[in-house]
Design a protein around this ligand. Structure first.
Ligand code: NAP
Length: 259
């Protein structure tokens, strides 16, 4: 399918690896020029080189912490006018409700709520003026079904989801859509880190922790960054203009709910 976005320009936060990179590759395959970001310059440059060589699109890189004010400012300045924004950042650490103090909550809210909101606020005026835009936020399945040990993530992402629900409906008239994709478990470094926590807590191997988690998923496997990216690229396509303010769950059926 021709996604109809060849020649558009996209900013993708936290995109040297994992789900952000999956989105970057799928958009590049559709002919979109990219602005990529991550803190570590080496992996970021390697990803950018791979995408340029594979898809022949323009790729600009900004090595910066997207959750810091200076990092965001650098990314926004380098990005300029973008047609597509994919917000993403690392997830907060797991723990118990009693582990976290105010500073921990502020850090999580900064990273997974206020950072995407700031990027959306920076991108929206230009998109609305030009009459076209696509914004996709990478959130988490925990928005629909809270994951007890991810209380920081549950809290911050619920806040972002509320903001998007209202804002998407305020801007849809101008040809700009905002939606969220909610990943269940995907085979990325984040999954390895979560499985490592389980293996240590239960005294089992990493493979056993992964197999145990896979057994709970109707699809009996983890999702891939490529599948995730393809969904993101579709939401950013010309065909998705009537999808507004939705929360699209990609979890292999793990959350047992009708809607
Ligand atoms: P990942 O594989 O760990 O990749 C994280 C990417 O983000 C890397 O490129 C990393 O590069 C970059 N990054 C992290 N923190 C950053 C920051 N502060 N500023 C700029 N770049 C940053 O993670 P993932 O699995 O793709 O997850 C992406 C998001 O989805 C996370 O918020 C995660 O919590 C959420 N999620 C993931 C899953 C899953 O199963 N994978 C499930 C539910 C939710 P640097 O480290 O070099 O900065």
């Amino acid at each position: 399918m021709d996604l109809g976005i060849k020649g558009k320009r996209a900013l993708i936060g936290a995109s040297s690896k994992g789900l952000g990179r999956g989105c970057a590759e799928a958009l590049a395959e559709a002919g979109v020029d990219l602005v990529l970001n991550a803190r570590g310059a080496d992996a970021l440059e390697a990803t950018a080189d791979h995408i340029r060589a594979t898809f022949g699109v323009e790729v600009t890189t900004v090595a910066a912490d997207i959750t810091s004010e200076e990092g965001r400012a650098a990314v926004i300045a380098a990005a300029g006018d973008v047609d597509i924004l994919v917000t993403n950042a690392g997830g907060p650490p797991p723990g118990l409700w009693s582990d976290w103090d105010r500073d921990d909550f502020i850090a999580a809210i900064d990273g997974n709520m206020l950072t995407p909101i700031a990027l959306i606020q920076a991108a929206l005026p230009g998109m609305m003026e030009r009459g076209w835009g696509r914004i996709v936020n990478i959130t988490s399945g925990s928005v629909k079904a809270p994951i007890p040990q991810l209380g920081l993530s549950n809290s911050a992402r619920a806040g972002l989801t509320g903001f998007v629900a209202g804002t998407a409906r305020q801007v849809a008239h101008s040809g700009v859509t905002i939606n969220n994709i909610l990943p269940g478990i995907h085979a990325t470094d984040r999954a390895v880190s979560l499985d490592t926590g389980v293996s240590k807590a239960q005294g089992i191997s990493l493979d056993q922790a992964k197999a145990q988690r896979e057994a709970t998923i109707p699809a009996k496997r983890y999702g891939t960054a490529a599948e995730f990216g393809a969904t993101c690229a579709f939401l950013c396509s010309q065909h998705a203009g009537f999808i507004v303010g939705q929360n699209i769950l990609l979890d292999g059926g793990a959350i047992n709910a009708t809607l």
